[in-house]
Each structure stands twice: as structure tokens, then as C-alpha cells.
Design a protein around this ligand. Sequence first.
Ligand code: IPM
Ligand code: MN
Length: 351
Amino acid sequence: MKQYKIAVVPGDGTGPEVINEGLKVLEAVSNKFNFKYEKKMYDVGGKRYLSTGEVLPDSILDELKSFDAIYLGAIGDPDVKPGILEKGILLRLRFELDQYINLRPVVLYDKRFCPLKDKEEKDVDFVVVRENTEGLYCGTGGFLRKDTVSEVAVQESINTYKGVERCARFAFEYARKRNKEKKVTLCGKTNVLTFAFDLWERAFYKVAKDYPDIKTDYAHVDATCMWMVKNPNWFDVIVTDNLFGDIITDLGAMIQGGMGIAAGGNINPEGVSMFEPIGGSAPKYTGKNVINPLAAICALSMMLDFLGQKDAAEAVEESVKKVVKSKLESLSAGRMGYSTTEVGDLVVKNL
Ligand code: IPM
Ligand code: MN
């Protein structure tokens, strides 16, 4: 029997509540599909930082490298200055574990929850492959003459050929495996960012030569936003840099019904990957049993898929779809018609 080692980082805000529901589903699905897992909980996040000053201890980072996957809730606390936890935990994990892909599916499970007029389930079904270790997220740059009227702030976008090449290759492989339209769209800004996206374009078309069965397309990032609203059905796989990917996947979350359903995977195909709902810690809903746990449950489904438990992953996704279609009144916190724990129970029941 297969056995997996899963590290669980519930994190801040509503993170623990949604992760609890995900773990409930994991327990049920492991029995049904005959695999075992061993989980270890890690408490990093705002509370630990505020009481001990620790962000992500090196010892925990080292331990995390020995797991088969990491299941993460949310990082971010309104009582902590922006950037400390995000950069110190989330981005540090992505970088140090070299999770160079952020894979974010944009799938509409029920057209009732799509804010776009006249769009149906079949119109919103694509995936964004976001580069996850470079670009403007590297943290290079600095200040000159800080706090004077002549202050200068520089923040640089770092794009390496190796980093872009492996990201593009992942996108083409994924389009092939997904076997839908077999199309990869590069989302960039070649008309203004004539260095960074020149490299991206060269790497993209070079990799494309190895995939004659996959069509290529290009859209500027601003136009991508426009098409995501006007004709989302044009997209199959979108590949883009770190910041553009961050921005367009929030738009993607909205057209699939909101943050309550949007999941992502930070993938290192050769190492330890980390799966998370992309909605954040939602402080105002914390502890109320009203947050939607489906994004976390969809992240669990992605994790199972990457662990090689395809049938279990599909069963979880199908159950989520069923619950969304037949039960929920809304995908938003407090308006689902059910509590957080009840939605988790419904997913278990429909497995
Ligand atoms: C995300 C988040 C993070 C990001 C923040 C919290 C650092 O917005 O996962 O999309 O910008 O990547
Ligand atoms: Mn984001």
C-alpha cells in the first residue's frame, strides 16, 4: 500500500478552518482509495511571529524538504507589517524548495456563480502556469537617498533563460497531458518590456519546436485581462511571469466564481511541492465557521493528483462539483447556505 508523508501548515486567519475540512476529505478518500498517509502539523505564521519573533525557522525549512508534499492554508496577519510573513514564509518556501511553477486552474463548476454574462461552464476552463521563483519577486533592488526628496526606489525583474525555459517546457508538457485544445498562450508585454519578454519570447518559441503537436499563441498581459472577461474560452494553457501570473489569477479566480473555489499548486516537478487555496487568510471571517473550504479541498485534489493518486484526485474534484451544483447557494463566505464544516461534510458524503 502506498504511503505518503504530508506536512501541514494551516497558517493564519481562516487557514486552519479550511485545512481542517481538507484533512477530513483526505482521511475519507485515503480509506476509499486504499492509500496511507502520515501527517505532521507545523505552526508557522502570524501568531508564532508575534509571540516568538520567529518567521520560518531554518530547522522547519529543512524538515519540510523530507516530505512528499506540503498542504498550506494561508499566510498573512493584519497585525504584522505587510511583507514580513509573505516574503519570510510563503515566498521563502517557494524559492528555497525551488517550486518554480505556480499552477492555477481556472475552472467554472456552475454557471450560476460566474460574474460574466452569458458564459457557461464550457467557456471557463483553462490553466495558468505562473513562473514562481523569478521576475519582480526576487527582491533585488534598493533605495537611494531614502527619506529625502531625492529618493530613488528600484525594483528589478530577474529573468533567467534557464528559469523561463523550464517554465515554458512545463506549460507545453501540461498542454499535452491535459489534451484539450493543445494550445499554449504566452502572456507578456513584448511592446514595452523589450528585454525581459524578448528573452521569454525566444525561450518560448524555442521550446515550442519540441512540441509540434501543440499550438502557440501570444497575448499582452493587458489584452489577456480583456480576453479573460470577453472570451475566456480562447485559453487552454497560459504561461507567464511571476507578477503577471499573480495578477491574472486573481481575475481568473473571479471568473470561476471567487476566491472560495480557487486553488493552486507550487510545483517542483523534481522535488517537494506545496498546495494551497489562493484566497489568503480572510481575517474578517476567521473563527466564524463561514469561510468556503472548497478552494482548500480543490488544492487537496491537486496534491493527490501530483502524488500519483489520479482516481482519488478525480473523485474529490467530482464531489466538489456535485456539492457546488446541487447544494450551494453561493461560493462566498457566509452565503453558501451551509457552514464551513457542513460543506466539508457534504464533500465527504458525496465522494
Ligand atoms: C498569491 C499571493 C502571494 C503572491 C502573496 C501573499 C505574497 O498573492 O499566492 O498569489 O503574491 O504570490
Ligand atoms: Mn496573488
